[in-house]
Design a protein around this ligand. Sequence first.
Ligand SMILES: [Fe+2]
Length: 431
Amino acid sequence: MILFRATIPFPADVDLSRVFFWTLITVTTAAFPVKLPGGVVAHITTAPIIAAVFDSQLANPFAVCWIALLGTTELRDVRGEVAWYGTLYNRFAYVLAAFAAWLVFNFVQPALRADIAFSTVALIVLVGLAFSVTNMFLAVAAASLRTNSPMARIWALSVSNTLFGTIALVFLGWLMAEVATKVGLWASVLFMVPLLLARYSFTKYAETRAMFLGTVSALSQAIDAKDGFTRGHADRVSRIAGAIAREMGLSERNIEEIELAGMLHDIGKIGVEDQILMKPARLDPHEQELMRRHPIYGASILKPSESLRPLVPLVLHHHENFDGSGYPEGRKGDDIPLGSRIIIVADAYEAMTSDRIYRKAIGHERAMDQLNRYKGIQFDPKVVRALGTLIEKHGAAAFEVSELPQINYETLAELRKRLAREPLARDAHAG
Ligand SMILES: [Fe+2]
């Protein structure tokens, strides 16, 4: 409707070549999308669209609406990699955002005095906000519906970390319009260089994050592989702990920390001798003593890494009991980090509900009974209650929402058995 209203009747003073120029610049920038974690695709098209809003020689809102509609078409739309309704949704999300930006521009500009620098900055900020908030809200809502995860999570994963980049794009857009009207259209083409640089930093963020999560997941598989009984255990603990943390209303940043610590909570088992770790019988008191050092080993493994350091207290205290009877420090109640209190519950629940070589899983209800029996003793009652609510609300599917890569590898023990049956080819020549 907005597009229709902006086009009919056809505005009298349209310089179509100018509209075409900005569309061309926008299309060029749209050719470099960045897929952010969380499923939102980021664009540097913000800059030329904002430029079109500020370009006084364009017949707006006709121009911005059409530039936003045509200019944001991407290769994946043309190739048919996006469903038709997805393409339509994305195009009109941009038209709406561009129109919102123009509306704000049109209302605010007459009220401001152009000779005061501050008012120009305020105008840019307001126009940028109108565009970004509309556009991001529509993108996050779509990603949230598509991936069936909460909007707050998508926001934290994709938008919050690129906010500064977006602000830079808005100012760059205003500058492009200034240069285009005062120097000439050709000069604004020069802005492609900083635009592509901005895009590079977006990509780096996404890549670095993927690499970090990949490394954490590889580390976690190393423990699962060594600790033959617990295939995929750490991964499940991480998902359960993350879901409990979300249910308890923690911030996305804390939730992610708890998920990562859940993934790595038993990393210290690398330091425990194989005979103890893989012993099929009950451990004697001395062996138990050695086994109980694994949280300390874990903390010392994580400490040297700057990005893993926040997880150190969570890993160190994941065997502290609520009544102070746990290890390594015998901490009590609220002195135990909340993340550790969550991980110990997730750890116990996962162990009870998954099959092990030596026993079958017990059901969710019996597992919850056990947790309830030991709440206040081993477990924080608040955490057990949160897990109970979570299971009541969503069933076991409550644990499937996570950004962490899925792990489904055979354990080292299984690999050893398999390779023992099928000798490696080079063994045949070994003599
Ligand atoms: Fe442990």
